[in-house]
Design a protein around this ligand. Structure first.
Ligand code: GLU
Length: 445
């Protein structure tokens, strides 16, 4: 790492103790940014990096609610409003027991660059709670969401901060959150949340967008080597919203997705995952992958273990952070891997990224590859602002244009900095320069 940036990194790490995931995200970005500071010493003079690593505002709050047995439950809520140089803070809410400040900050930090890369006018933020929705009734989830919004509402708004979903927050949760916001504020402010239902201000393609976008980005990478998804053997991790839609899109382009996973195990389905059945089990019944395997029949279900033990030519990690380590990466490379597109946020450890890059294969980091979700959220905001709703075809076309544009920005930035094919460098520099220029123009704030 560039010596000038090392000192800044050390200060950031020391000021934010115990936040391992935030440290990882910061270090990974800093490793790309030396050459930018050679060309732009004004960024150093204006302390852009120091400011970028310090969120503009961090909100932590108590979320009290009662479960179905009438017992009081207390969770912790977070919203980190990281950077508003390019637009209102924008980013999802994650409800998962692993959520703490370090996770929210890593996600918020990544979101700044991701959102910049989309070319849309959105800043970066993220939030969530350590609430575990698994096994909770709809009524419990509703009471939790209402309590969460009873504090959050005062911090958000169409022009301030626009949350959406992430792990554990889908259409059901956005509905309860939006209802409570509307009730408290007495405003039908559609643009305050994205990922809404289609009949009350949502956008077509938003549910599919992250998974579709990841495949579109990966397809663009494959094209640079004269290849495509057609005929590829694909492994996807996860079986939530991002994974399901990545599987659907990859298969529509002629690939066979032979495996996917959940936190209990993975399924190997050599004929190609049956997306209709997977949607039924996961999205309608809120069931487990084990149920898919039983219903599908004739497929292998492996309890525990790692889905990365299954050989593939394309890997799409769509589960969660640090799910793919150096050993798994080495195994995949030995098994003939050609490309990786990250549908999740930071799913590959730093060791894994190094293995992929050393092997010279195509590696699309999450902040570029999975930006289709937030980009389509920005399209939802556009539709809300103009009180309009677009067709599926038009919205998908916009998403495709945006993903092709992100690929182009990453690839041309990597070329410009003398590292062709390095999408990590391209994404980090491409996103950073946009934000840094805007921060410089807006003065010391
Ligand atoms: N949680 C998603 C992400 O990681 C989407 C955020 C949004 O739509 O605002 O980018």
């Amino acid at each position: 790492m560039d010596a000038r940036l090392e000192a800044i990194r050390d200060t950031v790490l020391a000021r934010n103790p115990g936040e391992a995931e935030f440290h990882q995200a910061v270090v990974e970005v800093f490793e790309s940014l030396g050459p930018v500071h050679d060309r732009h010493p004004e960024f150093l003079e204006a302390a852009i990096l120091e400011r970028l690593c310090e969120p503009e505002r961090q909100i932590i709050f108590r979320v009290p609610w009662t479960d179905d047995a009438g017992r009081v439950q207390i969770n912790r809520g977070f919203r980190v409003e990281f950077n508003s140089a390019l637009g209102p803070y924008k980013g999802g809410l994650r409800f998962h027991p692993s959520v703490y400040l370090g996770i929210v900050k890593f996600l918020g930090f990544e979101q700044i660059f991701k959102n910049a890369l989309t070319g849309m006018p959105i800043g970066g933020g993220k939030g969530g709670s350590d609430f575990d929705p698994r096994g909770r009734s709809d009524a419990e989830v509703m009471r939790f969401c209402q309590s969460f919004m009873t504090e959050l509402y005062r911090h958000i708004g169409e022009y301030t901060d626009v949350p959406a979903g992430d792990i554990g927050v889908g259409g059901r949760e956005i509905g309860y959150l939006f209802g409570q916001y509307k009730r408290i504020t007495n405003r039908y402010e559609s643009g305050v949340l994205t990922g809404k239902g289609i009949s009350w201000g949502g956008s077509l393609v938003r549910p599919e967008a992250t998974g579709f976008g990841t495949v579109i980005f990966t397809q663009e990478m494959l094209k640079t080597r004269g290849s495509s998804f057609d005929g590829q053997r694909v492994v996807v991790s996860g079986s939530g919203n991002v994974a399901i839609n990545a599987i659907a899109k990859a298969q529509s382009l002629g690939a066979t997705v032979v495996a996917c996973s959940d936190s209990s195990g993975y399924v190997v389905d050599e004929a190609g995952i049956d997306v209709g059945l997977l949607r039924e089990v996961k999205e309608v019944e809120r069931g487990r992958l084990k149920d898919y395997a039983e219903r599908r029949g004739g497929v292998a279900y492996v309890e525990g273990g790692s889905v990365w033990d299954v050989d593939a030519t394309v890997a799409l990690p769509c589960a969660t952070q640090n799910e793919l380590d150096g050993d798994a990466a080495a195994r995949l490379v030995r098994g003939g891997l050609l490309a990786v597109g990250e549908g999740a946020n930071m799913p590959s450890t730093r060791d894994a990224v190094a293995v992929f890059q050393d092997a010279g294969l195509l590696f699309g980091p999450g902040k570029a590859a999975n930006a289709g979700g937030v980009a389509t959220s920005a399209l939802e905001m556009q539709q809300n602002a103009s009180r309009d709703s677009w067709s599926f075809e038009h919205t998908e076309e916009r998403l495709t244009e945006i993903m092709v544009g992100i690929h182009h920005r990453c690839a041309s930035t990597a070329d410009e900095y003398g590292q062709p094919g390095n999408y990590v460098l391209g994404a980090n520099i491409g996103g950073f320069v946009k934000v840094a220029d805007a921060m410089l123009a807006q003065g010391l704030i």
